[in-house]
Design a protein around this ligand. Structure first.
Ligand SMILES: O=C(CO)[C@H](O)[C@H](O)COP(=O)(O)O
Length: 217
């Protein structure tokens, strides 16, 4: 199976976590797009969704699924999203698609985080994938200098403005041995909105597609 076939297989497998009457949390990215497509046959049974991006909202609405504001929803049974990297503790790097802030907010409200990945995303140590950090535009240079002092090499993601009107710094050359500690440290830098480490709130269930099919971890 190539990577897209694996993404499709795992996106389809995640539908089993969606129950009739649920309001579900929906992430962002190419793997999640397969999940949304796979919701089509049961779209009429779902009460609705809370979405983490304008892109996912558009796809959900095209299926006739009502998209709720998170402020109108107390809790979500399940949040389904991809990841850029995940380790054995189910801590993740996310934000390759620049949707990390809304993803972190929506996932915080969910009882269960189901992470859907192909096997290329599993790593021993996080950090090979550059860590995205969403930053208030006027703080970009200051935050970049602070990140350098932590040992990272921040690169401004040119031309990208997040759904929240902010910019992204991708931090290269980090070997992340203590993901929770680094997540907290980055959050302390004034001007950082969110960083792409999902360690304090990692995944609860991981569905991984490899050449043998989809397995649950
Ligand atoms: O965090 C994300 C978007 O901000 C995505 O979940 C992550 O980038 C994985 O994307 P894909 O499923 O396209 O490989």
């Amino acid at each position: 199976m190539d990577q897209n076939q694996k993404k499709k297989a795992v996106g389809e497998a995640a539908v089993k976590f969606v129950k009739p009457g649920d309001i579900i949390g929906v992430g962002t990215g190419s793997t999640v797009n397969y999940f949304i497509d796979a919701l089509a046959p049961i779209a009429h049974e779902i009460k609705g969704a809370v979405s983490s991006s304008e892109a996912s909202t558009e796809k959900l609405k095209a299926l006739g699924i009502e998209v709720y504001s998170l402020n109108d929803v107390d809790s979500l049974d399940v949040y389904v999203d991809g990841a850029d990297e995940i380790n054995a503790d189910k801590a993740m790097i996310k934000g390759g698609g620049a949707a990390l802030t809304r993803e972190k907010i929506v996932s915080a409200v969910a009882k269960k985080f189901v992470c859907i990945i192909d096997d290329s995303k599993m790593v021993d140590t996080l950090g090979e994938f550059p860590l995205p950090v969403e930053v208030i535009p006027m703080a970009r240079s200051y935050v970049a200098r602070e990140i350098v002092s932590l040992g990272g090499d921040p690169v401004y993601r040119q031309g990208v403005v997040t759904d929240n009107g902010n910019v992204i710094l991708d931090v290269h050359n980090l070997r992340i041995d203590a993901p929770m500690h680094l997540e907290t440290q980055l959050n302390q830098i004034v001007g950082v909105v969110t960083n792409g480490l999902f360690a304090h709130r990692g995944a609860d269930i991981v569905l991984v597609a490899d050449n043998n099919g989809v397995k649950e971890i």
